[in-house]
Write a protein that binds this ligand. Structure first.
Ligand code: ATP
Length: 307
């Protein structure tokens, strides 16, 4: 009997920005309780899976040289967990096409893991329930469930317990990419250190911000953007202060460090304003590069294979 090799499957998954990120104090188990409002960005990675003699990972695109291709890649873990649950052997090549900057606070690795779950679920024709994929996603990392979910969501716990949030209209962003990445654990450690010596600003509750999202009003949303990790990211990369100022001087409504940084996300009034801000920021010498993005964007999903 001929065994039929299934055709390759490609899935995409979005980067995220935290519009609101409140970080609780360090818990006895070493973690911090988070309350966050995530929004998915149009900037996304792609993952293509196809049959191979053994599990292999390849990476191309933005920051590829910094991404591991062994079991330390989150897609490797995603593939082995899903295979284990489904009783499959993960004999696949996973080809990652990165557009999301690495270690940028945009959860690119989480996006790749979510895309891998969706792509392999289709490749192996598992037809897993959403709840099953979300459960595996939560084991892989706190941002992976949101990369599956997409859109806009309120996250608690370590960010993995999600409630959908109503957001009207499209928001326009300019992302300023930093020259060096920041390690997420280092940024949390720095926040603990700052809090032991002083009182860096803390986000209040997210109520007003949720109302501004429901109204789809960027001018109302802008002053409500907040991130408790920003002080720590700026402390580790003081040049981010200049970047944040430059974006607002260039005409953005507001700027915020995305997650654990160092990418700075600038909310703009509309598409034209975002183009102007991006042109000015790229000429200001305060970042490695800029990207335009809109939000919200859909979560991880199978896309047409570009070959
Ligand atoms: P996080 O808060 O999840 O660390 P981040 O957006 O700051 O998010 P990522 O781009 O997700 O950072 O990557 C963080 C680190 O994870 C990288 O430095 C890299 O060593 C490792 N990594 C593992 N898998 C991947 C992947 N598929 N893409 C990017 N980095 C990955």
């Amino acid at each position: 009997m001929l065994s039929v090799v299934p055709p390759p499957v490609t899935a995409g998954a979005p980067a995220k920005v935290n519009l609101h990120l409140a970080v609780g104090d360090l818990r006895a188990d070493g973690f911090h309780e988070l309350r966050t409002v995530y929004q998915a960005l149009s900037l996304s990675d792609r993952v293509r899976v196809q049959a191979a003699p053994a599990l292999t990972v390849t990476v191309r695109g933005e920051g590829a040289a910094q991404v591991p291709t062994d079991r330390n890649n989150l897609v490797w873990k995603a593939a082995t967990r899903l295979a284990h649950k489904a009783g499959m052997t993960p004999s696949v090549e996973i080809a990652i096409e990165k557009a999301v900057p690495v270690a940028g606070g945009l959860a690119g690795g989480s996006a790749d893991a979510a895309a891998t779950l969706v792509a392999l679920d289709a490749f192996w024709r598992l037809d897993s329930s959403r709840a099953d994929l979300v459960a595996i996603a939560a084991e892989l990392g706190s941002d992976v469930p949101f990369a599956l979910h997409g859109g806009t969501a309120y996250g608690t716990g370590r960010g993995e317990n999600l409630l959908p949030v109503l957001a009207r209209d499209t928001f326009h962003w300019v992302l300023a990419l930093a020259r060096d990445g920041l390690s997420t654990p280092r940024v949390f450690d720095e926040l603990d250190r700052l809090r032991a010596h002083a009182a860096p600003p803390r986000c209040g509750d997210a109520e007003e911000l949720l109302q501004a999202l429901a109204a789809g009003d960027p001018a109302r949303l802008a002053p409500l953007l907040g991130n408790d990790l920003q002080a720590a990211a700026v402390s580790l990369q003081p040049e981010l202060r200049r970047t944040l100022r430059a974006g607002v001087d260039a005409g953005a409504l507001a700027g915020v460090v995305s997650g654990s940084g160092p990418t700075c996300a600038f909310l703009c009034a509309d598409h034209d304003s975002a183009i102007e801000v991006s042109a000015e920021l790229s000429g200001a010498g305060v970042c490695r590069g800029v990207r335009l993005a809109t939000s919200p964007a859909p979560g991880a999903r199978v896309v047409a294979d570009a070959g």
